[in-house]
Write a protein that binds this ligand. Sequence first.
Ligand SMILES: *Cc1c(COP(=O)(O)O)cnc(C)c1O
Length: 453
Amino acid sequence: MTTLRNLPSVEQILQTDAAAKLIARFGRPLMLTAIRFTLDEVRARFKSGEITALPLQDLILVQAEATLTAWTKPTLLPVINAAGVILHTNLGRAPLSAAAIRAMDEVSRGYSTLEYDIVKGMRGSRLIHAESLLQKLTGAEAALVVNNCASAVLLILSALANKKRVIISRSQLVEIGGGFRVPDVMKQSGAKLVEVGTTNKVRLADYQSAAEEPTALMMRVHRSNFKLVGFTEEPELKDIVNAAHQAGVPVVDDLGSGALYDTAKYGLAHEPTVQESMQAGADVIVFSGDKLLGGPQAGIIIGKADLIAKIKKHPLARAVRADKTCLAGLSATLLHYLKDEAEREVPIVKMMSLTLEQVRGRAEAWAAELGHGTVVAGESTVGGGSLPGESMPTFLLSLEVDSSERFLRALRKNNPPIIARTENDKILLDPRTVLPEQEDVLLAGLKNILKNI
Ligand SMILES: *Cc1c(COP(=O)(O)O)cnc(C)c1O
């Protein structure tokens, strides 16, 4: 009779040649864990009667290998974005420029001047990196880079308004996405929220009367992901700034997307720019590094020197600081803007600036290469919590398939996964968001799926 005693021991299995190969690939400790895991499973299935015969050593090793492969498979993988959403938050927002990638690679490889002053030969500050570029680009007196825009807002409010009043319009008490709600962040920072106006209308007088009591800040939050239309009214930033300054109160402007260029240039709505906020006189301006700027994840704070100095000194600044790869990648990205080469070098700006003819040309080339599909007019979107409801015309490769669900699944299973859209049971692929260097892999993947599905 078969009993569990017939099962090979861990030691016996480890002595085989096949086991030696797996140890070389995965290391001994993980291999031991996987063998024990596999044997435990076999015992459990045998006891429950699910299996009546015990597997041989070879089969146990095959199972252990499958387990090891599954355990060591990365979960964070590159994908091909053919969905036509330029700043897809779920797909990691902005792809980076070659120079930004190079800079991040270089500081990761070895030691760096992260906090070392090479001229004086002594300790320096990580806060200086990117600061002078931001000063030159925006004219701001000072700058600070932290982990992301959400932490930047929390830091600013904690440093400048703890236990003090912050005036904000009710129409700007927004949720940015991923549960980042302006009123909650205010509460977290210890600031006292003073809402003025109504959901659709706020007047300068609302700000002015609220500022009659001692107030730490007035705040404007850009409605990045929705539009307020119809019977609405809101003073311009420069008027809010004037009213605030008359009351001796500084203004913080949370721009979110933080474009350094005018998106209207690409046929999109105008998104407030960093330069406009500066011109309007905002005292502290905060925006994301990986939205319309097209850099790595970062929160960028610029503004008046005395306020930025206070923010830098707050203990939270250390908790939300940017790492060296972020500072290197962000500096390289900012340099593209300073050298006026963003359209050529920053991938997301390049995507926006593609002409319709260029996109059509690529879609037609794909159709010809595949011998499949038609080129149809469609729309790309910006996404990533910017330009709500805005889209730009594009051309798509449209594939007629039996089951769009099954085809999308096959696309996701491809290596690398391909993310596409579907409409009326057709598969739509937008060349705008596919990086040129991914085209060959994309077409190879598509050919393979079309052949096998
Ligand atoms: C996106 C956004 C944020 C959060 O930025 P992250 O970089 O994602 O942390 C904050 N405020 C506004 C207005 C935004 O649009």
